[in-house]
Design a protein around this ligand. Structure first.
Ligand SMILES: Nc1ncnc2c1ncn2[C@@H]1O[C@H](COP(=O)(O)OP(=O)(O)OP(=O)(O)O)[C@@H](O)[C@H]1O
Length: 346
């Protein structure tokens, strides 16, 4: 494949500096390198190590030097899917946050081929870490930290960058973990950009009225499925499901019987939202991941997390909390978050 337009070789670094302003008046700056296809082949040693795959892409290990690793997300070659690549590239160029995967560079032929060079997250995605037998059991305090960091990433895209962004596909396989199990949100290929709170889906065909769905089974907001209206609150629904996964260790959709976690959790969620009942410790323990050490779980923290999940998934969208409300709740009610540093935001 030829080297296109303004792409340069990786040994002649060309950086693009993007400076979107945030609501808080701070300036996000990202320096990103543009690569040729030859560079992509060289960085991946001819695509020798596949580290992940999704509906639209394959992700390969890349080596920037003998010690520095990265990941290259190569989008499926297609004129239609090129738009998804461009969307993800344009969004990642705007974002700089410790809990959002960092864009290091990209390849773009301006027609149908694109690749993103991303920071490498060695612990893989949260779904594998929670549900694969080959992984060590995540302790409770890591689970709380992952939820806290994820909601801060969501808060950033919803409330702190301009234009605001709805991710559109919050799920555990889109949460990556670094060597210390800090979480980073990835995969902005389903995102919606540039509106205040609600937007009609852009992909409604005028002839068929067919709505192109975003979201994944087990995580998709039923309100979105009914109305086709995407909003920040659909991200909060996905976040609620991830919190249930973190607490229970169960998959969003059971690989065994196909049952959805939100259905399994529904009776407990109703109990929690009924403020006249103080939920029993046995119910909390009964729902919690049995692989976690009994003594490592703080029942009050689990109750707080269950309460957050209940508000995110059981309420109508207008009553669901915003990401900043969840962040504040977690800071106030979960003292163990102090191990992240100041006890406030990381
Ligand atoms: N930067 C990275 N570091 C390590 N692994 C990664 C990285 N990016 C992606 N992966 C792995 O690849 C998987 C798929 O990535 P991603 O979700 O971005 O692809 P996708 O094609 O957009 O998938 P989807 O089908 O969810 O749309 C992730 O779940 C993860 O296991």
């Amino acid at each position: 494949m030829a080297c296109f337009l303004n792409c340069v070789r990786f040994d002649v670094t060309k950086t693009i500096t993007d400076k979107p302003t945030s609501k808080e008046g701070s300036v996000a700056v990202s320096s990103v390198t543009c690569y040729s296809w030859d560079d992509v082949e060289a960085l991946t040693s001819n695509f020798s190590r596949l580290i992940g795959s999704g509906g639209y892409s394959s992700i390969y290990m890349a080596r920037l030097s003998s010690s520095a690793k990265a990941a290259i997300k190569v989008h499926v070659s297609s004129h239609r899917l090129y738009k998804i690549f461009r969307l993800e590239l344009d969004i990642l160029l705007r974002l700089q946050h410790p809990n959002i995967v960092k864009l290091l560079g990209y390849f773009d032929d301006s027609e149908e081929n694109g690749a993103l060079l991303l920071e490498y997250l060695p612990q893989g995605n949260l779904q594998e870490n929670l549900h694969s037998n080959s992984k060590q059991v995540l302790p409770w305090r890591n689970r709380v930290a992952i939820a806290f960091q994820l909601v801060q990433a969501i808060e950033h895209i919803h409330e702190k960058c301009i234009p605001q962004i709805v991710h559109g596909d919050i799920k555990s396989s889109n949460v990556l973990l670094d060597k210390n199990f800090n979480s980073k949100l990835c995969d902005f290929g389903s995102a919606k950009v540039g509106f205040s709170s609600m937007v009609q889906p852009s992909a409604i065909s005028p002839r068929s009225r067919h709505v192109t769905m975003v979201g994944s089974p087990g995580y998709t907001d039923p309100h979105y499925l009914r109305t086709g209206v995407a909003s920040k609150k659909m991200d909060m629904y996905g976040f609620g499901v991830v919190v249930l996964e973190l607490i229970s260790g169960k998959e969003a959709v059971s690989a065994g019987n196909g049952e959805m976690l939100v259905h399994v959790a529904a009776p407990l969620m109703h109990e929690i939202l009924d403020s006249s009942i103080d939920i029993a410790e046995d119910s909390v323990r009964g729902f919690s991941d049995p692989r976690m050490l009994r003594d490592s779980i703080d029942i009050d923290e689990v109750k707080t997390m269950l309460g957050v999940a209940a508000l995110c998934i059981s309420s109508p969208p207008s009553l669901r909390p915003s990401a900043s409300q969840v962040t504040e709740t977690l800071i106030q009610k979960i003292p163990s978050l102090s191990f992240l540093g100041s006890g406030k935001r990381v």
